[in-house]
Design a protein around this ligand. Structure first.
Ligand SMILES: *[C@@H]1O[C@H](CO)[C@@H](O)[C@H](O)[C@H]1NC(C)=O
Ligand SMILES: *[C@@H]1O[C@H](CO)[C@@H](O)[C@H](O)[C@H]1NC(C)=O
Ligand SMILES: *[C@@H]1O[C@H](CO)[C@@H](O)[C@H](O)[C@H]1NC(C)=O
Ligand SMILES: *[C@@H]1O[C@H](CO)[C@@H](O)[C@H](O)[C@H]1NC(C)=O
Ligand SMILES: *[C@@H]1O[C@H](CO)[C@@H](O)[C@H](O)[C@H]1NC(C)=O
Ligand SMILES: *[C@@H]1O[C@H](CO)[C@@H](O)[C@H](O)[C@H]1NC(C)=O
Length: 918
């Protein structure tokens, strides 16, 4: 993993050198031009050396991994790389700052030379040192570190062999081990056997250890005789098409007399021809086990004849891209075993001799804990079970294993193959994912990652580089998708229109990643009372899950700290910020969400490298003026803190991309004022990189300046008066990538007149009275929103005319919230309306008497919530057409209405919830 450390530094130097022109063009630096040029040359040489080292590390034979000499050499390289990273940050800071302040200022006023220019000397001399050290390190490597590397691609061969050993283990799992796979087996049997004469490709997909190979092997054993010929071939990522073709041919011709005699001599065309000739007119079954890239299959598919004899190709893979190669509808995705099946499998393996594989009573609780750590991975359960099978069946022994399980998985040779299964996935991650992935393991077990938040952190860490026209956020989302596709992260939740939203990391995968992080000083997850997790001298990242003592007592090495994330809201934080500001000069990510911090020291302005500052739900009331010095800041999160006013200098943070500052005020008696935001007036328009602004208190001037913020993706604006609306709309249409908009009026009687929206909008919330006609007929608002709008929430719009007929043209709507939106007595949902709607909320419609749903309306509805509909005395007609629903709720109903509901045949047999009006 050391290679990813180097990559980060290389990227950074690249950025620094790209800025070269800027630095030299600054007239004030002309005096130091020679010095600057020398420094840049030094950096150029360092980056070249690092690139070479990076290349070498990327190709390093993994067999060196446990060689202590190599490891300690690597350690030195990493240290030097870290120092270099610090120097590049210094350099970027100095050059950038000089440029901003302008030197004429100093010259004219005859002030003393800025301190920073002196540092240029220091940087130069440090970089010179680094250059020497790198040369020295390159030297020692040749002298001392004997590499297991013969110059050929024995490394790849070794990896291929390892993965084939693994495949061999999986393949030899008994039929009995396929607990809980019956259904999958049936599906595969059907796809393989079916009468369908058309050639088809079937894929089995899932993370390492789910038993893909075992399942495929089982099916293969059973079904192969139904084909005229068959072959099982293990592919690995480092494959060679010729070898695979040869293996297929060898397998196909096994036990035949007409084996082509000289296949080892054949070239690729000849192999393909041989295969084609043989498969022609035959019904064949070929299993390609563990395919890593779509290209691997593409190369083979030329030789696989697609005749209509009912031939099948079965592929197992961890990669979503490969799984997508399946013929229509023929992807089988394996999931982890449910608890009960996992338990059965565990007992079978651990207690094979006991009657019915019963777990002894006294071991039950511990066994359950052990099983839960395997998280439903059959391969892990089988391995741990077999390990326990040979141990003494005592509580002490069981407890010991349970306590050490994570350690055992990493260190016990008998469990080596679980680790290897997962380690292989890691080895084959592309370098650009090699920081993103272990980063996730710094968070606690079962931590739910929120997509946008994780993306912001990755960007702040510098893991993401711009690609073409894509923003950093888009690139990062692509990486996230790739990790999910590779089954390294698990998708837990999508939003209503199918976007990825929340993720988890599999525990066993996490354990492995933690081990890697630790080895490379990448970062530490600290939980007091649990072993491990001490911060080494130059540890770079610290995620604190639990800490009782003062941070200074717990960690000596906070000097090199660049990331500090607090997840323990009760940790002693009295002294925390002053300490970090003082000691951790290069702090980049500071996430203090929920800590009872009240004051931010002025010294925070010295953290020039800071890119992420999270003060969400803290007790901070004021930000110091020095905040304006944080010119690298990308994200400032003040949500739920006591900060109501931000310093005027905040508009100097030109790189700011995300500003969160809103608070729920429950004591407010007006529903519209239940949230408040911040006022920024002068210079708001200077924050042109802003993508998120939540929430802004509308004022004449700030609404005027909004039109400069054309990068906004997400905007919440509060306290809007009717007279701002025209200007607001003019600004909104400039925001061509805006996807979320929430507008709240200043009070219940203020009328919002919105006439235009950007067509990119996906979620829209309007709070407050709407001008009659806003949502009627050929409303320009609806026209703009027609294509992309997925969620529409209307609160207290108090419309007199029924907007549903015109809203029904929003065919892509998945959520419709209608709270106090309409004053009329009747609402009707007609056939064909809202075909994609999943959630419908009808609340606070005090006059509504009649609700009618026609058959064929909202055919995909999952949740229906009706509340505070005080005039409604009849059950909505046609509600039976919506059944069954995942959720059905009636809020604030009378006892009489409850009685009516209980009699209603339309929802009889459905689960539904209610609350009573008192
Ligand atoms: C697979 O394992 C079996 C025994 O478990 C062994 O005989 C065979 O040689 C192995 N095959 C490979 C390719 O390692
Ligand atoms: C051996 O391979 C060559 C082509 O590489 C082919 O022309 C020849 O017929 C093969 N010999 C036998 C005995 O199959
Ligand atoms: C197992 O755990 C339950 C509840 O956690 C406890 O009541 C029970 O006594 C435990 N059994 C044993 C054998 O320790
Ligand atoms: C905003 O930008 C303009 C033009 O770049 C500049 O003149 C002005 O001083 C900036 N305002 C603030 C408050 O930084
Ligand atoms: C709904 O979304 C799809 C895909 O984004 C789009 O092609 C279609 O035009 C949209 N429907 C309407 C009614 O605009
Ligand atoms: C019901 O809706 C009305 C009108 O919005 C509101 O004033 C009232 O507070 C709501 N009742 C409850 C219990 O929420």
């Amino acid at each position: 993993m050391a290679e990813s450390v180097l990559l980060l530094v290389i990227t950074k130097i690249g950025i620094a050198l790209a800025n070269r022109a800027v630095a030299q063009a600054s007239s004030h630096l002309s005096k130091y031009a020679t010095q600057l040029i020398e420094l840049q040359r030094n950096m150029g040489r360092v980056v070249r050396e690092l690139r070479v080292m990076h290349g070498v590390l990327c190709q390093m034979d993994i067999r060196n991994c446990n060689d202590p000499v190599y490891e300690s050499w690597l350690d030195e390289v990493r240290k030097v790389a870290h120092v270099m990273e610090d120097m590049v940050d210094e350099y970027l800071h100095q050059v950038g700052q000089e440029h901003d302040m302008g030197c004429c200022f100093y010259l004219k006023k005859g002030l003393r030379r800025p301190r920073s220019l002196l540092s240029l000397n220091q940087i130069t001399s440090n970089v010179r040192e680094i250059e020497k050290e790198l040369a020295h390190l390159a030297d020692t490597k040749n002298r001392w570190v004997s590499m297991v590397n013969n110059g050929d691609n024995s490394n790849s061969n070794y990896i291929v062999k390892r993965s084939q050993d693994l495949a061999n283990i999986s393949r030899s799992l008994d039929e009995e081990d396929l607990v809980g796979m019956d259904k999958n087996r049936e599906i595969l049997q059907q796809w393989l056997g079916g009468e369908d004469a058309e050639f088809s490709v079937i894929t089995v997909n899932g993370m390492g250890g789910l038993g893909k190979t075992a399942l495929a092997a089982n099916i293969y054993r059973k079904e192969k005789e139904k084909f005229q010929c068959h072959a099982w071939v293990s592919i690995s990522q480092t494959y060679c098409t010729e070898d695979i073709l040869r293996n297929i041919i060898k397998e196909l011709f096994k036990d035949r007399v007409d084996v082509p005699s000289n296949i080892s001599m054949m070239d690729i065309t000849c192999l393909e021809d041989t295969l084609k000739r043989f498969l022609h007119q035959k019904k064949y079954l070929i299993v390609l086990d563990d395919v890593w890239t779509p290209e691997a299959f593409a190369d083979l598919s030329r030789a696989l004849v697609c005749t209509d004899k009912g031939s099948r190709v079965l592929i197992t893979t961890r990669e979503g891209d490969v799984a997508a190669l399946a013929s229509q509808g023929h992807i089988l995705t394996l999931e982890a075993l449910p608890e009960e099946k996992a338990w059965d499998l565990f007992c079978k393996k651990s207690f094979p001799r006991e009657t019915c594989h019963e777990c002894p009573y006294e071991l039950k609780n511990l066994s359950e804990e052990i099983v839960s750590k395997c998280k439903g991975l059959p391969l892990a359960i089988v391995s741990v079970g077999s390990l326990l099978h040979v141990r003494e069946k005592t509580v002490e022994e069981w407890r010991r294993i349970n306590d050490q399980l994570s350690w055992e998985i990493i260190n016990n040779p008998r469990l080596g193959h679980i680790r290897n299964v997962l380690h292989l996935s890691f080895i084959y991650l592309p370098t650009y994912l090699k920081s993103c992935f272990p980063y996730c393991s710094l968070f606690p077990e079962d931590y739910l990652f929120h997509k946008k938040k994780l993306v912001r952190l990755w960007i702040a860490e510098g893991f993401i580089v711009e690609k073409g026209a894509s923003t950093l956020e888009e690139v990062a989302e692509g990486y996230l998708k790739e990790l999910v596709n590779r089954n390294m992260l698990q998708l837990v939740e999508r939003n209503s229109y199918g976007r990825m939203r929340r993720f988890k990391m599999h525990d066993i995968v996490r354990e492995l990643a933690i081990d890697l992080c630790h080895k490379d000083h990448f970062g530490v997850h600290f939980e007091e009372g649990k072993c491990g997790g001490s911060l080494q001298r130059d540890g770079r990242r610290l995620v604190v899950q639990k800490l009782k003592k003062d941070i200074q007592q717990s960690f000596s090495g906070i000097h090199g700290l660049r990331t500090f994330i607090a997840l323990d809201k009760n940790m002693p934080s009295f002294n925390l910020l002053p300490l970090l500001c003082d000691k951790s000069r290069y702090m980049t990510v500071l996430e203090l969400c929920g800590l009872p911090i009240e004051k931010i020291p002025d010294a925070i302005g010295d953290l020039f490298n800071l890119r992420h500052l999270g003060l969400q739900d803290t007790k901070v009331k004021l930000l110091p003026k020095s905040i304006e010095k944080l010119s690298n800041l990308l994200t400032l999160d003040l949500c739920g803190s006591d900060i109501r006013e931000v310093p005027a200098g905040i508009v100097k943070l030109k790189n700011l991309r995300h500003l969160f500052a809103e608070k729920e005020n429950d004591q407010s008696n007006s529903v519209l004022r239940s949230r408040s935001g911040v006022c920024i007036t002068k210079g708001l328009g200077n924050l042109t990189n802003l993508q998120t602004l939540q929430a802004l208190e509308a004022q004449d001037e700030s609404v005027r300046q909004l039109r400069e913020l054309t990068q906004l993706r997400s905007l919440r604006i509060l306290n809007v008066k009717g007279i701002y609306c025209e200007r607001l709309c003019k600004s909104l249409v400039q925001m061509s990538v805006l996807s979320f908009l929430d507008v709240a009026a200043s009070d219940e009687n203020e009328v919002l007149m919105l006439s235009a929206l950007p067509p990119s909008l996906q979620k829209l919330s309007l709070r407050g009275r709407l001008a009659e006609g806003t949502l009627l007929g050929e409303s320009p608002l609806l026209q703009a929103a027609e294509k992309n709008l997925h969620e529409l929430r209307l609160y207290w719009s108090q419309l007199r005319e029924d907007p549903l007929p015109s809203l029904s043209r929003l065919a892509n709507l998945t959520v419709l919230d209608f709270t106090g939106a309409y004053n009329g007595e009747k609402l009707e949902f007609l056939t064909g309306w809202f075909p994609k709607l999943k959630e419908l909320y009808l609340w606070d419609l005090l006059n509504l008497k009649q609700l009618e749903i026609k058959q064929g309306a909202m055919t995909n509805l999952e949740r229906l919530s009706l509340a505070n509909l005080s005039s409604m005395v009849e059950v909505p007609t046609g509600i039976e057409f919506l059944m069954p629903l995942q959720y059905l709720g009636f809020g604030l109903i009378t006892r009489d209405f409850l009685a009516v509901l209980r009699q209603c045949p339309g929802i009889a047999g459905m689960q539904w919830e209610h609350t009573l009006r008192d």
